[in-house]
Design a protein around this ligand. Structure first.
Ligand SMILES: Cc1cc2nc3c(=O)[nH]c(=O)nc-3n(C[C@H](O)[C@H](O)[C@H](O)COP(=O)(O)O)c2cc1C
Length: 168
């Protein structure tokens, strides 16, 4: 059975909840879920299929635990790894920095050789600007628990169903 690790950073629990919901959809895989706050770099680099979840704070800032872990990620050779990203944000209160932190993780992992899968069309999201939009698409799955929590489960189901074909 293929192993997938989901590492998340979450300040008020929304990204953690999303990580668990994503894991539930990944039936057929051996899924490990870890809080990036407690993760050892060697543990993260031990997986070839990875999903990183991050929320955005301040004004476009990466979540605190990811900020601490980022220097480790910047040193990792991610060649041969397939990585998908999801990001929690608030498009209504922060339309100009919507899920920016997902863009920061994207930039780092691509720079270090990872193949990123699971990009998402911007249609259906109401925002003005985001560093997570790369070539017209979100680098991963945006989730807005503050305004569109009713849409999260469908968004997760559709995204994971697409991911499964990329992880094969
Ligand atoms: C003070 C504050 C600043 C925030 N800044 C942003 C932001 O710049 N961009 C964004 O998309 N969301 C922003 N958010 C929304 C959070 O990312 C959102 O509530 C998220 O679900 C939190 O996830 P977590 O509980 O997993 O950390 C902010 C929320 C607060 C309270």
């Amino acid at each position: 059975m293929d192993k997938i690790a989901i590492f998340y950073g979450s300040s008020t629990g929304n990204t953690k909840t999303a990580a668990n919901a994503i894991a539930k959809q990944l039936n057929g895989y051996d899924v490990y879920i870890g809080d990036i706050a407690n993760a050892e770099p060697s543990h993260v680099s031990g997986f070839n299929l990875l999903i990183f979840g991050v929320s955005t704070w301040g004004y476009g800032d990466i979540q605190d635990d990811w900020e601490i872990f980022l220097p480790n990620l910047e040193k990792m050779d991610l060649t041969g790894k397939t990585i998908a990203l999801f990001g929690l944000g608030d498009a209504e209160a922060y339309p100009d920095t919507f899920v920016d932190a997902m863009g920061d993780l994207y930039e780092t992992v691509v720079k270090n050789g990872a193949r990123v899968v699971g990009q998402v069309p911007v249609d259906g999201y109401n925002f003005s600007e985001s560093r997570a939009v790369i070539d017209g698409r979100f680098a991963g799955l945006p989730l807005d628990e503050d305004n569109e929590s009713d849409m999260s489960s469908t968004r997760i189901e559709n995204w994971v169903s697409d991911l499964k074909s990329c992880f094969n």
